[in-house]
Ligand binder design. Structure first.
Ligand code: NAG
Ligand code: NAG
Ligand code: NAG
Ligand code: NAG
Length: 222
């Protein structure tokens, strides 16, 4: 079905603006469809909104091949979202995701949600660090169900980052402390250390305009 649809879209000369890719075990791109996507660069050239999740190892190959095409054809993505993120994919997938991030000219929003089954991924294999290539354009970051590792320090370099939303994550202070010019900060369903939060508030000074904190029995105060 997906092969037929892509083939038809390309044939009628469509240009996609939004693409939501969910790689279940049934996704298997035919070689001729991938070639046709590669040849017809217009189809993916105007893509602004890309959501991506791969949940089955049977679709790793198709996912990798399509990501490689996206990295070449789509450079105008505004919003990039990775769902069901998992630390144990094949290395080629991370490599291709990094290529997609690097090739963008105007990435403004980045959303990452860890897989709810393989809880709290803590290894991001260079995907978060790759956002340093977007250090001017990035405005908004949403992280869910992840463990914020040292890679998240990259946000220190994102001068124009204004909105940071952290939901159901671990080690969130590392992330929140990494950029203190945030205007909108949201931390919900994540363990919060009161002393660390006060440090964040001191550092943010007059930048912070909107704050949302929500936690059930997880705020530790000293
Ligand atoms: C995050 O994990 C919770 C379970 O801990 C799940 O209910 C929720 O859907 C997950 N969020 C996303 C965006 O995957
Ligand atoms: C932002 O990225 C540019 C180009 O990649 C680089 O030259 C610059 O040093 C970076 N800025 C920071 C604060 O890292
Ligand atoms: C909270 O953070 C402060 C300052 O970093 C630290 O001294 C304290 O041990 C932390 N408390 C917990 C429960 O982690
Ligand atoms: C508070 O910050 C300290 C140092 O930055 C860190 O070691 C500690 O784990 C943080 N506390 C919590 C509850 O995350």
């Amino acid at each position: 079905m997906i092969n037929i649809l892509f083939q038809i879209f390309v044939e009628i000369g469509a240009t996609l603006h939004k693409l939501d890719l969910y790689f279940s075990e049934y996704v298997d791109f035919k070689t001729e469809v991938l070639h046709s996507l590669e040849r017809n660069v217009l189809f993916l050239s105007q893509l602004q909104d890309l959501s991506f999740s791969v949940i089955s190892e049977y679709s790793y190959e198709s996912a990798t091949k399509l990501l490689k095409i996206l990295a070449k054809s789509s450079t105008k993505i505004n919003t990039l979202e990775f769902d069901n993120f998992y630390s144990g994919y094949e290395p080629q997938i991370y490599h291709s995701l990094v290529c997609v991030i690097k090739s963008q000219d105007q990435l403004r929003r980045f959303n990452l949600a860890g897989d709810a089954i393989f809880k709290f991924p803590a290894k991001f294999h260079g995907i978060i660090s790759a956002l340093k290539h977007q250090n001017q354009s990035l405005r908004e970051v949403i992280i869910q169900n992840c463990t914020c590792s040292a890679e998240f320090k990259v946000f220190m370099k994102c001068e124009n980052l204004e909105i940071l939303r952290i939901r159901n994550c671990n080690d969130v202070e590392l992330l929140a402390l990494s950029n203190c010019k945030i205007k909108t900060l949201e931390i919900v369903d994540s363990p919060i250390n009161g002393s660390n939060m006060s440090l964040i508030f001191e550092k943010s000074g007059s930048f912070l305009q909107q704050l949302k904190l929500g936690s059930e029995n997880k705020i530790e105060n000293k």
